[in-house]
Design a binder for this molecule. Sequence first.
Ligand SMILES: [Zn+2]
Length: 86
Amino acid sequence: MATVGERREDWRGEEYVIRGVTALGASKAYRCPGCDQEVRRGMAHLVVWPASGSPESDRRHWHSTCWAARDRRSPGVQRSRSAPRY
Ligand SMILES: [Zn+2]
């Protein structure tokens, strides 16, 4: 897998490793967990995994825009967090 750069970001108290995948490196299609749409073959995107996890088994392929907007792109988690208490 051809990747470019690597950075770490905190998200919800956990540290994630983020790597860019070039268009040439995107030799397969993946499912983006942010929007549940396909990351098409040949599309530059990001591969992300928890720093405490394994890049082999825990990595997910995200559209770059979906990762950037991840807090808005996970309605399930957002909803449970902001759910009213009875
Ligand atoms: Zn996406």
